[in-house]
Design a protein around this ligand. Structure first.
Ligand SMILES: Cc1ncc(COP(=O)(O)O)c(C=O)c1O
Length: 403
């Protein structure tokens, strides 16, 4: 008999597909807690609220009615219709129900779009800081991520001229995420219009606009990229129920895009996972059609926490913070603290700093390198106020100890 080692058989793509630092930091926080340590964690990117009860009740009701069978691959007709109406009324987007594809989470909608568009060697513009899953998906499709950076001093929004300079004849897709994870930045309509001019000047560039944090908005207005003149045929809009309705575990997202792309995405989805959960789609219909009081209550809570975070972080000398008009993330620049010491321990990188804060101060945060910016860290304020205050005090106390 041969010794048999399955690890030697694993495809390379499997090694490059995890969310790295985010998962690692959350896991380390959990492990330390399991050992009895008091850890305040600001790592998690999901609402700490439970799904509103009327949405839960709608799912139960659908199950009782026997709506537990396979659903059509692109989603149930009523939900596609309701989403077409939502996109028209709230976002100024004109899509037929047949151009909407319901997926198992926005994550799958993004993967559907990238896999449907990207051939090996096609270049995809990622605007850094960016959510790591975009890069994973582009690599899975054998595309080439081309990263365009913007720093804290630019409110993390790359000027269109910098984006234009990164385009080549192999560029096929640009991924835009406004409101943004990890920075909370929101592109204004005027900024998006300038971006649209760059897009028009390229013969084959499409834009994937990930709008999943749409309802967690505190200041300013949300503009859907596809609503700008001429952009309907150039864009694919992705959204979902996870963040807005506190439905992360339900796995429901959707896309809206030009018909040929929608058909291709549904075809891909049919080969891999088939249609999304049927009774969850019925619950989502209820989420869309009922009053949004719970959504508004959660939004207000996030806004109050945003204010707590901003006042705590702006009181730390040396830390730089851009405005946070949306989402439940803060992405302060801690570059001034890299290279400082606690005793003999040198903070030689943001990872070392985050490890030290976890072990010495009992606060878990994610290094910005996980999002393409090694001078920042991400704090999630989808966390109860008491835990949040405790974590912020530990974070500030830790930075103060560094000399
Ligand atoms: C920017 C962004 N897009 C999409 C998702 C995934 O959403 P879903 O739970 O619908 O797959 C996340 C989740 O963290 C996200 O931050």
């Amino acid at each position: 008999m041969f010794p048999f080692d399955v690890s030697s058989l694993l495809a390379r793509r499997a090694a490059q597909s995890d969310e790295g630092a985010i998962v690692r930091m959350s896991q380390r926080a959990r492990d330390l807690r399991a050992k009895g340590q008091d850890i305040a964690s600001l790592t998690i990117g999901e609402p700490d609220f439970d799904t509103p009860l009327h949405i839960q009740a709608a799912a139960t009701e659908a199950m009782r009615k026997g709506l537990t069978h396979y659903s059509p691959v692109a989603g149930i007709a009523d939900l596609r219709q309701a989403l077409a109406k939502k996109l028209k009324d709230e976002n100024g987007l004109d899509y037929a129900a047949s151009e909407i594809v319901i997926a198992n989470g926005a994550k799958q909608a993004i993967a559907n779009a990238v896999l449907a568009l990207i051939e090996p060697g096609d270049e995809v513009i990622l605007l850094s800081p960016y959510w790591v899953s975009y890069e994973i998906t582009v690599r899975l499709a054998s595309g080439i991520p081309v990263v365009v950076k913007a720093g804290v001093e630019e409110n993390f929004k790359a000027p269109p001229a910098r984006i234009a300079a990164a385009l080549t004849e192999r560029t096929k897709l640009l991924i835009l995420n406004s409101p943004n994870n990890p920075t909370g930045a929101v592109w204004t309509k005027a900024e998006l219009e300038t971006l649209a001019q760059v897009v028009v000047s390229h013969p084959r560039l499409m834009v994937l606009s990930d709008e999943i944090y749409e309802y967690i908005l505190f200041d300013g207005k949300m503009t859907s990229f596809a609503s700008l003149p001429g952009m309907r045929e150039r864009a694919i809009t992705v959204n979902g129920f996870s963040k807005s309705f506190a439905m992360t575990g339900w796995r429901l997202g959707y896309s809206a895009g030009p018909a040929p792309l929608a058909v291709a995405m549904a075809r891909l989805q049919s080969g891999i996972t088939a249609g999304a959960n049927s009774f969850v789609q019925h619950a989502a219909l209820t989420a869309l059609s009922s009053p949004r009081d719970d959504v508004e209550t959660m939004r207000r809570r996030y806004q109050a926490r945003r204010d707590i975070v901003v006042s705590a972080l702006t009181a730390i000398p040396g830390l730089r913070l851009a405005p946070i008009p949306a989402t439940f993330y803060a992405f302060p620049n801690v570059g001034a603290f890299i290279g400082r010491k606690a005793g003999n321990h040198v903070m030689d990188s943001v990872e070392t700093l985050c490890d030290w804060l976890l072990e010495e101060m009992g606060v878990a945060i994610v290094p910005g390198s996980a999002f393409g910016d090694p001078s920042c860290i991400r704090l999630s304020f989808a966390t109860g106020e008491a835990e949040l205050e405790k974590a912020l005090a530990r974070f500030a106390g830790g930075l103060q100890r560094l000399v």
